[in-house]
Design a protein around this ligand. Structure first.
Ligand code: GTP
Length: 596
């Protein structure tokens, strides 16, 4: 297809505003999916995505659409919707010339949509505002058309009104895309350059790489090179999804499709990288490539220690489909053998953990999530700390922590409580705008550690669920941070160490020892539970001693009953972990590590 007949676009929308439903409807209207093959959310393949109703991996679909007698090809590129995947979003936007800004006509725009809209504007995409779900009785298209128009500087009448459910207005959306999204530009004679905007591991075919060709041409017989890693691969197949994969004779300027090279690990085919031909290839990569960088770390331990090899195999498998997941073995005094894992953010963590538990049948404990701290010692040595128990002892000159730039959208009634929350989380206000009379955008610079702790839950509970949050990395800052250890009978429990702001260290210590006092059973001796900064104790509780005598319950001389009781006690012991001389039930660790 010549570039002037191609339109590449994506859909920017908040979770649940109806992106998948509208995409399904477009597949139907353009005839690429027959009604009998239609199933809801055709494009969301992973079960877990479907269940949670979120899109993790983007894909591209080609749809024919004619205006008059001219047959066009529309490439729809699916963008992931969540904050953890900002970089992937930015790459799918970079593969497009236009975006549908899809907003639920009963809800209005949300923080995440706003953040992605800004990304789209930075990428110079043509924006087409669309109000969805106009069939809903609660829809207020007039009100939100005004809001959208204000935001992108157009006339409210330019907002399309559609219903993905009934199909109303969907054809008009397709016509608008042809009319308003610019055709792709590129040099067909130049060496081939294609940008990878997604890569997915498929059990049968290996890694499937989705690309947008910028210059030149990729043909089935080419050998290709990934420019960031300088690795070369044979092309086993090249084609377009429509939406089932169909091999093609090659991809030219502006085209979107997939490549299969037989590699088995998505790390060899990285989002944002440039693909060129090995012979007569390009010398300069396309801009914007970035290595995925884990921002949040936590320990993962099997509850049953003998599951450790299963956990290792499971992580090796997940990694094939997740270039951002990193892990290395970790040993904990309290929790045994496990892995320290790095994630893009909290949702990423949750998804990985859920997949491990569900797809590999594992029971796992995860330790409290931590961010990456840079520590400079008085003697000038530098440490990168991803695990609080490894925070160095000794004289620290400076600790730096990662920061984010957060956008909160809230109904104006809650502005006060949101500001209070941000301030209590060490936030610095950057700005505030009224999007409309009753909706406010607040911008703050906040430590990532505070977001990771419980910011989102608090935001939701303080605003009755109405506020939405988006954030992006924003450098680091020095902060007065200390490591708080928890000691049982004088021995530190590594899994409970935490890095906290000095001002909050005391309340954190009191909270933890209080919680543990409830969870640790009495022992034969008195057990002090202490919180400490270095050698200074900042909080203490005591579990009083008892003499456990299970046999005292048996009055008579029934020997078999006695034996039964003794065996029961032995079994109970198996699920105990020894921390120094103290027996701690496994459940106590799980309970103490869960944030509630
Ligand atoms: P993510 O995949 O999480 O990004 O969600 P999504 O934006 O793709 O939303 P999805 O299409 O899954 O729709 C969310 C919910 O809204 C579903 O329950 C849909 O049935 C419903 N929905 C979508 N479009 C419409 C519409 O036009 N009208 C009505 N009444 N409901 C709709």
């Amino acid at each position: 297809t010549p570039p002037e007949l191609i339109r590449n676009f994506c859909i920017i929308a908040h979770i649940d505003h109806g992106k998948s439903t509208l995409a399904d409807r477009m597949l139907q209207v353009t005839g690429v999916v027959q009604p009998r093959d239609m199933r809801a959310q055709y494009l969301d393949r992973m079960d877990i995505e479907r269940e949670r109703g979120i899109t993790i991996k983007s894909q591209a679909v080609r749809m024919p659409w004619a205006v008059g007698d001219t047959p066009y090809a529309l490439n729809m590129i699916d963008t992931p919707g969540h904050v953890d995947f900002t970089y992937e979003v930015s790459r799918s936007l970079a593969a497009c010339e236009g975006a549908l800004l899809l907003v639920d006509a009963a809800q209005g725009i949300e923080a995440q949509t706003l953040a992605n809209l800004y990304l789209a504007l930075e990428n110079d995409l043509a924006i087409i505002p669309v109000l969805n779900k106009i069939d809903l009785p609660a829809a207020q298209p007039e009100k939100y058309a005004e809001e959208l128009a204000n935001l992108i500087g157009t006339d409210p009448d330019d907002c399309l009104r559609v219903s993905g459910k009934t199909g109303e207005g969907v054809e008009a959306v397709l016509d608008r895309l042809i009319a308003e999204v610019p055709a792709p530009e590129g040099d067909p004679e130049a060496p081939a350059r294609a940008m990878i905007f997604d890569s997915v591991y498929d059990t049968y075919r290996g890694v499937v790489t989705y690309v947008r060709v910028v210059d030149g041409q990729l043909s089935p017989r080419d050998k290709v090179t990934m420019m960031s890693t300088q690795t070369s691969h044979e092309l086993l197949e090249i084609g377009v999804s429509s939406p089932e994969p169909a091999p093609s004779k090659g991809l030219g300027v502006g085209e979107v499709g997939y490549l299969i090279t037989g590699v088995k690990d998505v790390r060899q085919s990285r989002v944002g990288d440039t693909v060129t031909t090995t012979r007569n290839g390009a010398t300069e990569a396309l801009g914007g490539y970035r290595d995925p960088k884990p921002m949040v770390f936590s320990g993962l331990f099997p509850i049953d220690g003998s599951d450790f090899p299963v956990l290792r195999d499971a992580l090796d498998k997940l990694k094939l489909n997740d270039a951002a997941l990193v892990y290395e073995p970790e040993t904990s005094v309290a929790l045994g053998f496990g892995f320290r894992c790095g994630y893009l953010g909290l949702l990423h963590l949750e998804i990985v953990r859920e997949r491990l538990e569900r797809e590999f049948n594992l029971d796992l404990i995860s330790t409290a999530p931590s961010v990456v701290y840079q520590v400079t010692m008085e003697d000038g040595t530098e440490h990168e700390v991803t695990n609080p128990s490894e925070f160095p002892d000794g004289k620290v000159r400076e600790v730096r922590e990662p920061m984010v730039r957060a956008t909160v959208l809230t109904p104006s009634d809650f502005v006060g409580t949101v500001m209070e929350l941000c301030q209590s989380k060490r936030g610095q206000m950057l700005g505030m705008d009224y999007l409309s009379e009753d909706r406010v955008e607040l911008r703050y610079r906040l430590p990532l550690a505070e977001i990771v702790f419980d910011f989102f839950d608090q935001l939701k509970s303080r605003t009755k669920g109405y506020a939405s949050l988006d954030y992006d990395n924003d450098g680091e800052q020095t902060a007065n941070l200390v490591r708080v250890d928890i000691l049982l009978h004088g021995d530190p429990v590594d899994a409970f160490s935490s890095i906290v702001h000095r001002e909050k260290a005391y309340s954190y210590g009191v909270m933890m020892v209080g919680k543990l006092k409830e969870l640790i059973p009495r022992q034969q001796f008195e057990v002090p539970i202490q919180a400490a900064i270095g050698s200074r104790i900042i909080a203490r509780e005591t579990v009083r001693a008892i003499r456990k005598d299970v046999l005292s319950k048996c009055y008579g001389g029934d020997i078999s009953r006695k034996r039964k009781l003794l065996e029961k006690q032995k079994e109970g012991k198996k699920r105990m972990k020894m921390v120094g001389s103290v027996e701690v039930p496994q459940e106590a660790f799980i309970a103490a590590l869960s944030t509630d």
